[in-house]
Each structure stands twice: as C-alpha cells, then as structure tokens.
Design a binder for this molecule. Sequence first.
Ligand SMILES: NC(=O)c1ccc[n+]([C@@H]2O[C@H](COP(=O)([O-])OP(=O)(O)OC[C@H]3O[C@@H](n4cnc5c(N)ncnc54)[C@H](O)[C@@H]3O)[C@@H](O)[C@H]2O)c1
Length: 335
Amino acid sequence: MTTAAIIGCGDISTVHFAAIATMDDVQLVAVCDTDPARLKAAAAAHDVPGYAAYLEMLNEVRPDVVHICTPHHLHASVAADCLERGVNVIVEKPLAHTLAEGKRLIEVAERSPAKIAVCFQNRYNATSQAMRKMLDDGGLGQVIGASATVMWHRNGDYYRSRPWRGTWAGGGGGLMMNQAIHTVDLLQWLVGDVAKVEGRASTRSLSGVIEVEDTAEFVAEHVGGARSVFYATLANAVNAPVTLDIVTEKATLSLRGDLTITYADGTVEVVRERVAESGGRAYWGVSHELLITDFYARLGEPGPFWINPAEAGKSLAIIKDIYAQSYPDMPGRVA
Ligand SMILES: NC(=O)c1ccc[n+]([C@@H]2O[C@H](COP(=O)([O-])OP(=O)(O)OC[C@H]3O[C@@H](n4cnc5c(N)ncnc54)[C@H](O)[C@@H]3O)[C@@H](O)[C@H]2O)c1
C-alpha cells in the first residue's frame, strides 16, 4: 500500500482527493491546512488526522507521496522540504512564484532520489497527446508557427475569496501564472523550447481589485525556427474555449476543445477530447486524474517523472521574462 497526504485543502484539492480515491493500492493517511475550518472539514470528510503544520505531518506520518495544493509562494519551499526527507511530491502549477525558488527546486529535485511531478495535466489531454504524437511521427513536416488564446472571465469575487491570487507575494503573478500557464506550457512542449520572447503584461479590467496582471500578449521564437503568437485575458465576457493552432508544412492542427487536423490536400480529421461525467470532474476534466494515477504507477521506475521541475521551469521562465519586460523597475516581480 502506498500512503498519501495532501497539503492545502482548498478548491483544487477536491480533484486530488478524488484521484487518490480511484486507486485501490493508495491510502490517504493525513491532511494539512493552516485554515482551521478547512482542516477540520477535510480531516472529517476523509477520516484521517489533520495537521496545521506540514513539517509536523511529514515527521509524524511519513507519507510516501505528498500532494501540494497550496498558494504559489509555498510550492517550491514545501516541495523541497518533502524531497529532502525522501517523500515523493505532486505539486500544483506553477513550479514556483519566483525564478530563484524555481531554480532551487530544480536543483533539489535533481539531487533527490524521491520523484516529483508538476501538475501540467493538460499534457494528458487526448488532443495534446495526439498532437505530440503526430508532430513526433514526422509526417507533418516542419512546424512553421503557432497561435494561442486564453480568453476567460474572472471577477472581483474570485480574488476576494482567495486574496493570495491577486498579489505578487502570494501568486508570483496573475493571469499568466494562474490560468494561462497551462497553454504556455502546451505551446512550448508542442512547438519547441522558446529561444526568445517579446511580450507585455498589464492590468485592464481588474485594475484596483488586484495587483497582478489580468491580460498579456507575446511573440515567441522557438528553437527550430517556428514563431508563435499568444494572447490571454481575464477581461473576456465568458470563459471561451482555449484555442491553439499549430501550422506545419503539411497540415494545420486546430484545438477548440476537440482537435481538428486539416491536411494540405483538404482532408480533415477530428480527435475528440475526453469528457468527464459530472460534479467537480466535469469542470476540471479527467486529465488531472490521469497525471496523478500515472505518477503513482511510475513510482517504482528509475529516473525522474517526465513533467518534472526542469520541465515545468520552462513555462515559468517564459512568463518571468515577460514580467521583466513589463515591469523593468520592479525586479521583485521576477526574481
Ligand atoms: N492544475 C490546475 O488546473 C489547477 C486548477 C486550480 C488551481 N490550481 C493550483 O492549485 C493551487 C491551489 O489553488 P486553489 O485555488 O485550490 O487555492 P485555495 O486558496 O482554494 O487553496 C489553498 C489552500 O492552501 C491552504 N494553505 C495556505 N498556506 C498553507 C500552509 N502553509 N500549509 C498548509 N496549507 C496552507 C489554504 O488555507 C487553502 O485551504 C494553486 O497552485 C493553483 O494554481 C491548479
């Protein structure tokens, strides 16, 4: 039996609790939260001991795997504390709230025999996997370029209910670090490492409500020569589907929920995304569960998990580069 614990029993923890419950050979043994009401509720709902201090939980319970579902500024330090004790980690995105913390976690992870996954679950989407495979197979020729949009809606209540989300100290950034990072990650994973990015972050509709940005755009040059354009905002009237279009020599891959592949000869193929049935899963999708169960299945394998800190550091570096260009007089928003 593999034992698991969760640190941070807020919104996203429900997906982690649900994924743990699907695995017969994994047992939840403890939960941790600094908020007494959330801790009490989670401990009671799952009938496990609750801890307000995660180090106390690690030392007393010694779980095999810890899920870190805290605000961003705690990701890297808590993950490093776990790895240094030989505890495996699944940490929510982003890797860290600063570049320095991200770099430190990459180094700790490379030294540690314990494994760590960063939750970029959209890489497990059926559409993402299909794109990666088609691009790897080579039949589509060179990637020429890509474009992506994340046009969602968030209002003041979303930030008032969780004040850390709107601050540089708690979030390390706004829209890019919290929402658009998934699409930044997919873009660089599918099109190639980013050699150069020029972009700008700004606060438009939520100015006066949050410190961090709610809108950003960039143009990136990828290793291999492809160029991509990106636009993201939380000022849209609704949560529109994320769009991602990748243009290759032989076809255009167009993601709008499902994936449509249009070949140069006019042939069209569609790859359908998986749809979760109900409840929280319907909102968050099924890919989180796929990532989590895959991580547990690979615990006994040699070598790092494939979505590890070095891999997750790529989206962090792109976003922090855009912040450096947008806020040149505020190095604290980057470092
Ligand atoms: N992968 C995804 O698609 C996805 C979706 C939503 C959120 N997230 C990520 O999940 C994380 C949490 O987001 P959320 O929306 O659930 O936030 P939340 O504020 O609802 O939950 C965070 C919880 O952490 C607790 N906490 C704070 N400090 C703590 C500490 N020192 N020790 C233990 N617990 C502590 C808080 O009390 C709170 O209950 C963030 O990193 C966020 O970006 C990921």
